[in-house]
Design a protein around this ligand. Structure first.
Ligand SMILES: Cc1ncc(COP(=O)(O)O)c(C=O)c1O
Length: 405
């Protein structure tokens, strides 16, 4: 029966802005024509180690392991915690058991840090452009966002003090994707990493170090992670995930934080989802304990480098006269800026009809900046299809330009 009462929504419902990126997944599922998909930030289908995962499935999930389908420990399944600690040894993400907490993907790590630290009205610094779902999470807790520009060396940290001064208050949190940033592909330089940590300490802000792509470096020299440079500083909250290095559908990640937050994280997660999906954790345990990660990553890095180069070549061929783009040393994304006045939100539909999908630049700015930019994921498409997709994109741009939009 219908009532005439409006739905009694909480005030926070206004802050639930969703994600253009995630919505593109459903939109693309509904399309029946051939589309080259540069939209989602997913590993390639052929990069998912299905053989290894199905190889470990029998012992991890078979009839000898009914407990794999039970509830699990909130802080993470002990065998996965152990295998992960061992896997991270000697890497820039090396950590200890008292700092490690398993989550339902990177997104839950972002949700947890905002839940613990962000009150309605708090100032939260985000990069501009930023990862849409990260800013959406802060907004869902009522944050006021302050956008700070990004250049080839990541967040322009030197611009931060002045921007903050103009706000008349210091930020409660600073959100950065420091390595092969989503969406720009930029990596925060070492100097800027140090300076960002200095500012974090000066202001007593929480530094949200969201680094899902760091292990996917295919060129250049690795940099120390913010987590490493922070040397256990309780203000540094590091968010990691298996989504980009193994498989996003598993929905498993981890956070690395001060031990004094551990019980609060448990309490918060118990009021959310009790524990992370146990069968997925068991599969990952088999994968890591079997020692498969390093060779898997080596193959991925090689492929992603070839794909980035293929996308660069296709862009040079098709967009040399009207666009510029970034040159990341790892990760999944290129950020392309059109210089012919085309609005990429308008371009989206025309491009989809032409058979190519991307994410418009404005999706990566809470205030709708970057109408002339777009994010392309080079990782999930084979080189010949990359060429086809970029040629289709150019056709769409020309069509739209002809229409005068
Ligand atoms: C920067 C960044 N953080 C977090 C996530 C979310 O990761 P997950 O899929 O594990 O929730 C992504 C995924 O695109 C990302 O790019």
């Amino acid at each position: 029966m219908r009532t005439s009462h409006p739905l009694p929504l909480a005030a926070r419902a206004d802050g639930l802005v969703g994600s253009v990126i995630d919505s593109s997944t459903s939109l693309l599922h509904k399309q029946t024509h051939d589309i080259v998909r540069f939209a989602m930030g997913s590993p390639a289908a052929e990069a998912i180690p299905t053989d290894i995962l199905s190889g470990v499935a029998e012992s991890a999930l078979g009839h000898a392991a009914p407990d794999a389908f039970d509830y699990g420990a909130t802080e993470g399944d002990p065998p996965l915690r152990e295998a992960l600690l061992e896997t991270l040894e000697g890497t820039t993400d090396q950590t200890t058991a008292d700092r490690l907490f398993i989550t339902a993907g990177g997104m839950q790590g972002l949700d947890l840090v905002c839940k613990l630290f962000v009150d309605p009205g708090d100032l939260v610094v985000v990069e501009s452009p930023t990862y849409t779902n990260g800013s959406a999470t802060a907004l869902s807790y009522g944050a006021t966002l302050l956008e700070v520009p990004v250049d080839d060396d990541g967040m322009v940290v030197d611009a931060l003090p002045d921007l903050v001064r103009r706000q008349g208050r210091t930020p409660k949190a600073i959100y950065t994707v420091p390595t092969f940033q989503n969406p720009s592909g930029a990596t925060l330089s070492l100097d800027r990493r140090h300076r960002l940590l200095e500012l974090t300490r000066e202001w007593g802000s929480v530094l949200i170090d969201d680094d899902p792509y760091g292990m996917l470096r295919f060129e250049g020299e690795p940099l120390p992670s913010l987590r490493q440079l922070g040397e256990g500083d309780p203000l540094v909250f590091s968010v990691r995930t298996f989504s980009k290095i193994i498989a996003p559908g598993l929905r498993v990640g981890w956070v690395d934080t001060a031990p004094e937050l551990h019980q609060l994280l448990i309490n918060a997660k118990q009021a959310m989802d009790t524990c992370t999906n146990l069968p997925a954790q068991r599969l990952l345990t088999g994968f890591l304990a079997g020692g498969h990660l390093e060779s898997h990553l080596a193959t991925q890095r090689r492929q992603y480098r070839v794909r980035k180069e293929a996308m660069h070549a296709a862009l040079r061929e098709n967009f040399g006269d009207i666009a510029r783009w970034t040159d990341p040393e790892g990760g999944f994304f290129l950020w392309v800026t059109l210089e012919n006045g085309v609005n990429t939100a308008d371009l989206f539909e025309v491009a989809l009809a032409e058979g190519v999908a991307f994410i418009p630049g404005s999706a990566f700015s809470p205030s709708g900046r970057f109408p002339d930019a777009l994010r392309l994921c080079f990782a999930s498409t084979k080189p010949d299809r990359i060429h086809q997709g970029i040629a289709r994109l150019r056709r769409a741009v020309d069509l739209l330009a002809k229409l005068g939009r």
